[in-house]
Design a binder for this molecule. Structure first.
Ligand code: C2E
Ligand code: MG
Ligand code: MG
Length: 244
């Protein structure tokens, strides 16, 4: 991993997010891949945890944030009206208050305005050290970036806890979306998350949408945005351009 960072073997793929009220692509999520000389594309589930354990998540995360911001600036300067770029921040990054420096640096270097950047943090990362998390989220809000809770519904956070957080959106975990076609409990949970998030003034993104049936259900529940293979897999920047 250390060598890979030096040799710049990482690439970003981008997955579009569609706003259901307008059916427009409003943003992309940046997802890192390791373009290994022998193994080919290696996916983040295989190396993010190692990067966290070794501390290499710091330089890697920094590169991801910079590259993602720079990419959005390029698209926008080419005339594409893409409103937001989402960047994932892992639990360890979040705990070490790195997102603050990381976000400032990436915005400054790319010239991207803060409102176009969205930081995705998993629910479990926010739950680990509540007081620290509250402060970091507050600082991110002051910078003006948006914050979304990723994999929402899997981290056992309570309603009252969510109310106190400086966040803008929740991303319903794919496991609930998966059940939409065949599990009434998952359908009920999904509707409840949408209702609850809306009543707290939060936007809702459903991730991992793979079928028309899921899409129709989410539309009916007034989910704000969707992301998933039904629309597009994460793509390299070239492919994204032709997709926009
Ligand atoms: P995530 O942020 O929840 O991202 C969603 C994952 O689901 C992505 O996997 C995406 O490719 C996949 N996905 C999207 N739509 C569908 C669908 O319709 N069906 C299925 N089966 N999968 C779908 P990916 O790219 O392998 O990333 C896995 C996780 O790795 C991410 O989950 C995120 O937590 C982490 N990750 C990715 N990039 C970064 C990064 O730059 N920094 C950090 N810290 N973590 C990252
Ligand atoms: Mg994410
Ligand atoms: Mg997720």
């Amino acid at each position: 991993l250390r060598q890979a960072i030096e040799r710049q073997e990482f690439v970003l793929h981008y997955q579009p997010r569609v706003e259901l009220s307008s059916d427009r692509i409003v943003g992309f999520e940046a997802l890192v891949r390791w373009n290994h000389p022998d193994l080919g594309l290696v996916y983040p589930d295989e190396f993010i945890s190692v990067a966290e354990e070794t501390g290499l998540i710091a330089p890697l995360g920094e590169w991801v944030a910079r590259e993602a911001c720079a990419q959005l600036v390029r698209w926008r300067s080419q005339g594409f009206a893409i409103e937001s770029m989402a960047v994932n921040v892992s639990a360890r990054q979040f705990r070490q208050r790195m997102p603050i420096e990381l976000v400032r640096g990436a915005l400054e270097e790319s010239g991207l305005e803060a409102q176009h950047l969205e930081i995705e943090i998993t629910e479990s990362a926010v739950m680990q050290d509540t007081r620290q998390a509250l402060e970091t989220l507050e600082e991110l809000r002051q910078i003006g970036v948006r914050v979304a809770i990723d994999d929402f519904g899997t981290g056992y956070s309570s309603l009252s806890y969510l109310r106190g957080l400086a966040i803008d959106a929740v991303k319903i975990d794919k496991s609930f979306v998966d059940g939409i076609e065949n599990n009434v409990d998952d359908e009920v949970l999904t509707s409840t998350i949408v209702l609850m998030a809306h009543s707290l003034g939060l936007a809702v993104v459903a991730e991992g949408v793979e079928s028309e049936r899921q899409l129709t259900f989410l539309r009916g529940e007034n989910c704000d945005e969707i992301q998933g293979y039904w629309l597009a897999k994460p793509m390299d920047p070239e492919l994204c351009r032709s997709f926009i």
